[in-house]
Write a protein that binds this ligand. Structure first.
Ligand code: PMP
Length: 355
């Protein structure tokens, strides 16, 4: 740390992104990316947009917002596009939390939430999960705090039902409830349909997982006009050109072939079921994930040893050091071929571990 670093950030613990080692070619199942490449139309759209990179991008992201409104059945004024959903989440922490309005989120959830709270000097409460690793919606009812819940949750993959989310919304009328739907296209039920009824609901989403654009950085928020207006105040006070022209073009092209991407999600969900069954046959305990990853633990090998052994053999998964989940690993669902390598390698590791 330099002596110039503001004291307000000196204690900040930054987010650690999933590792991207370059020492060998890994099967990458550690950051929940899509195993499917963007379609040809997307590549062509990006190339065409690159022709005009001398110009600033459209701060209103007009063509993309129109297409989004059509696909998601909302008004353009109920939408805000951001640089990944990390950006809309940070905007939400900035806009709807402060020392008088703290924030609450599950203790085991997306690791960026406490970082956003720290960055913006917001007091936060981490609410433990139930024994079975699910979120107990009752813990969030009448909290009097801003609520942030990933649904499906990460890294567990478990979902709340829409009626449970409604209970949280109803019982916190004076607080914003953020439902982070980064993984919703792989199984859960989206809360977007509730934005007309609940003016305190912000739903966030991303093109990083189901729509094969993690590298383009494209996320969004959907809420009533008033909340979107507040989030726009933050956007125009930080980075009006937050969506670059190539990303905007990629987003439009993806949505023009939306069925292709939604079909990819179906394939991933089938591969998830297949992988879960095979892991269970090997004695793993696997949570009932509705996301594009599985959260699994073995009673024969520790989470850390399993993760390290897989890495040594060229398969990357994610291991978290938090005490309550240290025996689990989170495995992104790739292609069937990739999962077969994971399963075969797992079998080898378990055998070696018996010796
Ligand atoms: N929410 C959750 C729960 C996530 O796991 C992630 C991805 N790491 C994000 C949001 C952010 O994704 P992105 O910024 O790529 O949209």
């Amino acid at each position: 740390m330099s002596r110039f670093f503001s004291s307000k950030y000196s204690a900040l613990e930054a987010y650690t992104p999933g590792e991207q080692p370059k020492d060998m070619k890994y099967i990458k199942l550690n950051t929940n990316e899509s195993p499917f490449r963007p379609t040809k139309k997307v590549l062509e759209a990006v190339k065409a947009a690159a022709e005009n990179l001398q110009l600033y991008s459209d701060p209103e992201v007009t063509p993309l917002v129109s297409k989004m409104a059509e696909i998601f059945g909302v008004r353009p004024t109920q939408l805000l596009m951001t640089n990944g959903s990390d950006e809309i989440l940070n905007f939400a922490f900035m806009a709807f939390c402060d020392s008088e309005t703290p924030v609450a989120f599950p203790e085991i959830s997306y690791g960026f939430y406490p970082v956003f709270a720290g960055l913006n000097s917001i007091p936060y409460e981490e609410i433990p999960l139930k024994e079975d690793f699910s979120v107990d919606y009752k813990d969030y009812c009448g909290l009097n705090k801003t609520v942030v819940i990933a649904n499906p949750n990460a890294p567990t993959g478990l979902c709340l039902s829409l009626s449970e989310i409604e209970e949280i919304l109803k019982s916190n009328p004076n607080n914003v409830v953020v439902i982070d739907e980064a993984y919703i296209d792989f199984g859960g039920e989206s809360a977007i349909g509730l934005i007309e009824k609940y003016k305190n609901l912000l739903v966030t989403g991303t093109f990083s997982k189901s729509r094969s654009l993690a590298g383009a950085r494209l996320g969004f928020g959907i809420a009533c006009e008033e909340l979107i207006e507040d989030l726009n105040t933050i956007k125009y006070s930080t980075n009006p050109y937050n969506i670059n022209s190539m990303t905007m073009a990629a987003g439009v092209a993806v949505l023009e072939e939306n069925e292709v991407y939604l079909n990819n999600c179906k394939v991933i969900a089938e591969t998830r079921t297949y992988t879960k069954e095979k892991l269970e046959e090997m004695g793993f305990f696997v949570l009932d994930s509705k996301a594009n990853f599985l959260f699994a633990q073995s009673d024969r090998i520790s989470g850390e040893k399993y993760y390290l052994s897989l890495k040594e053999k060229g398969v990357l998964v994610r291991h978290f050091k938090k005490e309550k989940i240290k025996n689990f690993v989170r495995i992104t669902i790739g292609t069937k071929e990739q999962m077969d390598v994971l399963l075969k390698t797992t079998q080898e590791i378990l055998k070696e571990n018996e010796k």
